[in-house]
Ligand binder design. Sequence first.
Ligand SMILES: [Zn+2]
Ligand SMILES: [Zn+2]
Length: 630
Amino acid sequence: MDLFDNIKKQISSLLNEKKMSFSKIEPEASEIAIYTNDPYSFFSNKTIVGEIADKFKKRINIRTEKSSLMDSAEAYNKIKEIIPEDAGIKSIAFDGVFSEVVIEADKPGVVIGKQGDVSKSIIKETKWIPKILRAPLEPSEIIKKIRGYAIKNNTERRQFLKEVAKKIYSPPVSNKEWVRMTALGGFREVGRSAILLETPDTKILLDCGINPADKNEEAPFFGVIRFPLDELDAVVITHAHIDHVGFLPYLFRAGYRGPVYCTEPTKDIMALLLLDAISVSEKTGREALYGEEDVKEVIKHCITKNFREVTDIAPGIRLTFHNSAHILGSASAHLHIGDGKHNLVYSADIKYGFTRLYNNMDANYPRVDTLILESTYGGKPLNPSRNKSEDRLIEVLNETHDKGGITLIPVFSVGRAQEVMIVLEEYFRRGKLKAENVFIDGMTREASLIHTVYPEYLKMNIKTRVLQNNSPFSSKLFRSVDYEENSRENVLNSPGSIIIASSGMLTGGPSVAYFNELADNPNNSLVFVGYQARNSLGQKVQKGLKSMIINDSKGKTKTLNVNLRIETIDAFSGHAYRQELLNYVTSLNPKPKTILVNHGDSCPEFARFVAKKFHINTLSIQNLESVRLR
Ligand SMILES: [Zn+2]
Ligand SMILES: [Zn+2]
């Protein structure tokens, strides 16, 4: 590990020069751990850590030597004493491997204190380094579970980070330079997004999804991977939607044990959706592609990065995530390859326009030679007005309420669900929504709670409400469907109410169960607020399907007549409309030399359109095709 030894030497002499006491310096994937018996000296003198981080462009973690740590029972009492009462501590857990004390609290700011003084006194008194997590606004099983996975396996985790570092710092074997990408899925279609990126020294997978709408074309073309999986250096996940992560546990089942790079919220939502996919499969009697133990492996191998944090992921390859404003924690990936000889931006799913939840997309990349651009709405010239669409939604809901009908809104439980909930909550507060009950079924409640754990990823006004414990998602308007008072049966007997249920394309889950019960009554309504993929039941219904054969609750087949009112309201989409996609390309400066269009039903048409408009070489390749980028 020559490259790291060199960094180590430089840091050592810097620390010696400043008379800082340390015992060893170790790599933790691309980050650097400095071990010491005196952690407080590093935290009371922040400039030295900042200086090293700046110089090497790496995150620096200060770790206490085990022998210096205060006994955990004693430290527990001490920490309780130090942290002010109003922090609302939910749990304190000790992680001896990383010398961290994980503190979950309602108000993380209070645990940190002014200029970090509370945290610093914990370090001074106990030598444990606080890692502070925000508690969800209501108890969440899934968040508890994921946070549990993290702590239990840290000896293994440290070994894993060392292995990753070994790869990152290994010197290049080849003096040839080329970059190639291969489309494994998600090209000329929406679903199973996966791209293989190769250089002579590295192999990286960008996204690893499934196609939820088509069981025959579910998996990406992994047959083209003709190398052992341990040659794969890294998997980069842009966001937690199933069409970008659904196949990832299967990769672990097949033996992959390398890193998965994603943002912190993506890790949580991914766990939620992957575990949910198992239970949906079980309920429909289909064998799941993977089990909970595989999801656990995925989570254990995640290395999370913030937006705009530059990180080495393989020899000569640097990754930076940029906010893509599509769902919580969603990112575009910028890859700086071979000392910047080639710069690739993979837009992944983007919203280059208004959303109520997320800050504007960040399209400010240092350099871009090739852009891989999503085009979900590239084939449609529509550009709906958000205000008019919100009014229209409320109109449909109120008309259905007046007729004593029920409105079903099938949603993706992450993103669209929260966007719609925020609108309903606002109109309800203003007295413009007639319904008094909005029932939430599926993963939406848990997904909304994950939003309350990461307020820094939300727009200012929503963030402020979450921080004031006044989250729109906790409004009394919303009721979670359960097995008691709000059972599905009771929900179906509540005329005038609204149901928000996943999945968004009627491809399984509670939305289909409700649809089967509500479809034949013309007083009911079905409102689509998101994209409906080819071959999904949602798209068939949207296009006017009048009847279908289903299994009733007793397993008997029957004919279901579709008589309910069907409406599509487009403006809630988390995808950029065609004009927004064009605005995005316009905003890029300098312009990419090549654009590869993917993630859409009309990729070739949209590619021609872009080529003509911008005079940029624009391609719409098919799955299984490779392109040499350099
Ligand atoms: Zn998506
Ligand atoms: Zn997608």
